[in-house]
Design a protein around this ligand. Sequence first.
Ligand SMILES: Cc1cc2nc3c(=O)[nH]c(=O)nc-3n(C[C@H](O)[C@H](O)[C@H](O)COP(=O)(O)OP(=O)(O)OC[C@H]3O[C@@H](n4cnc5c(N)ncnc54)[C@H](O)[C@@H]3O)c2cc1C
Length: 625
Amino acid sequence: QPVNTTSSDEYEYIVVGSGPGGGTLASRLARAGHKTLLIEAGDDQSANLNVTVPGYMAAVTEDKKLRWDIFVNHYKDQQRAQRDPKYVWETSPFEYHVGPGAPDGAEPRGILYPRAQTIGGCGTHNALIWILPHESDWNNIAGITGDSSWSAANMKQYEQKVFSWLHTQPTDPTILINDLSLAQQYVAGAAAAGIGPDPINAVTGLVNLLLNDPNSQINPQRDSTEGFFQVPLTMNAGTRTGVYQLIKETVKQGYPLTVQTNTFVTKIVIDQSNSTAPPKATGVEFQKGKYLYRASPLSVQKNPSTAGSAKATREVIVSGGAYNTPQLLKLSGIGPKQELEQFKIPVIKDLQGVGKNLQDRYEIPVNVQHTKDFNILKGCTFDSKPHDQCLKQWQNNPYILGQRGAYATNGLAAAIVKRSSYASDSNTDLIIFGGPVNFDGYYPGWAEHAIADHKHFSWYTLKAHTRNHAGTVELRSADPFDPPSVNFNYFDTGTTENGADQLDLQAIVQAINTSRSALAEYSHYGLLGGPPFTEEAPGPAVQTEAELQDYVKDRAWGHHASCTTPIGSDNDPNAVLDGQFRVRGVDGLRVVDASVFPQIPGVFIQAPIYIISEKAADVILSAAK
Ligand SMILES: Cc1cc2nc3c(=O)[nH]c(=O)nc-3n(C[C@H](O)[C@H](O)[C@H](O)COP(=O)(O)OP(=O)(O)OC[C@H]3O[C@@H](n4cnc5c(N)ncnc54)[C@H](O)[C@@H]3O)c2cc1C
């Protein structure tokens, strides 16, 4: 592909990646008057209906303009990995076969892990769920670093800062109660959580239950409170919100923020000329062009690119996300010496922890099929074509949430929150979402499958505070456009000390049992008139503890990859960052994104990322004074 050279430019700060981590930070730095360059591999998709319509949250992850297909291994042993029916084979570039029976010559790829390249990063294609972390998540970092500014009490201010520009709201209950079958599933879920309303007043009871806010600011026991809750979403009047809006507003209002889209950073430039000082990051090298990363299905077009560079007079901040941040650090000579040498990358700083400590949740569904369609989905084709009646309703009622219909929600309007018997502390560790979808994880075509008909309902679990920290992100080659090799090393192939793997596994099995008890409660609310259903997954054949454990081991997945350049204490050889997000041993370089956490925070991850980004802005601006 043609390559030209452009002249370099100079900024105070360069931020690589515009997701919840980088986008928030770059906007804050610019709003404080600093000349900032925000570099993003993707482009602006804020006018794309797949982005703005919450009901398209599945479709958007398959949109070629945003999507990066990253394939990961849950197990290194490929035979074991292929027990998962979601295992993917590539038959020709970006054409896939899912599950057993792949045609001859197909290449084994692993499990699809959706990622986004666009302004706002994965915050622009995610499921919109907004749940704050637990206090212990912050207090743990305070303990590890000895820095009390990480205490939960101090972190509140950053949470408030996020709320100053990011709008969140739950699904409007009136959208739900128009569908009595759905209402019946939800009240049954509340019953399984021990707070089911009286069947005679089920609908009013449900409306009241949906006032329960899992982010309650007034309940001092919020982190340990079990029950049935609404699900707050990054949404305003039924339209998606995210950091992409803050970035665009920051530019529009004239702050010194330059957003360079369609630009892929290939290397951090590091000056080693001062032999008496640590190496110092002074800028970045990049290639400007569309869809350059080979995870993009549009990279097959082999678009032209132009080489360029930019200088940072103060700092470079890497915010490429849990996979790309460690990859970029390694390509720039910062990472485990032995791995860098293997790829002939000159070692600038031997930091053993880069790309280790990868963590995620474990997720698993219980899916049923009703004999009749859900009313709420009538006319919804999820494809923005002229026949998509639900899109018309959404478009024709732009301001009143309750009138926008099924697309003014991500479909997962309520959740059971529980503390399993295997939780490591007093916090709740299971969240079980209910929604009219057929969701069984990520694989090519998952979105079409999830909404192919209107008869399915899913109770779907995320296990918080998982104990496995044995995942890795390693270079596949020294070519910056090659996605890295990602191994999660699930369950018994990962962290097993003190029975860690079994404790996580048993907790998830408990969640399946809770989901099934929610389904069993459905008939108690028969007055609502919902149709019968049959369980499809795990299915009636999967009953004993051993069968359920095998089911989970073979099919669980995650989508909150994190912790790959962790903050750690001075005496931790695997600590990559200090408590101020600084890369240890390299001046002028920080990481601000999902990678920074020593342990995966809370139940959902975007809220803690936005919060740490606000903190990082504070830290960086204080240092600049
Ligand atoms: C399908 C899906 C649904 C999700 N749903 C939820 C949810 O409902 N709630 C929740 O809390 N979390 C959710 N998440 C997770 C959450 O969205 C991510 O964890 C979060 O966005 C990560 O933020 P980040 O800033 O670390 O990185 P990202 O959001 O991944 O942003 C990184 C950005 O950096 C860019 N980039 C990377 N490398 C380079 C480079 N070398 N040069 C230039 N640019 C680069 C990328 O293009 C990207 O835009 C979901 C994730 C997925 C995949």
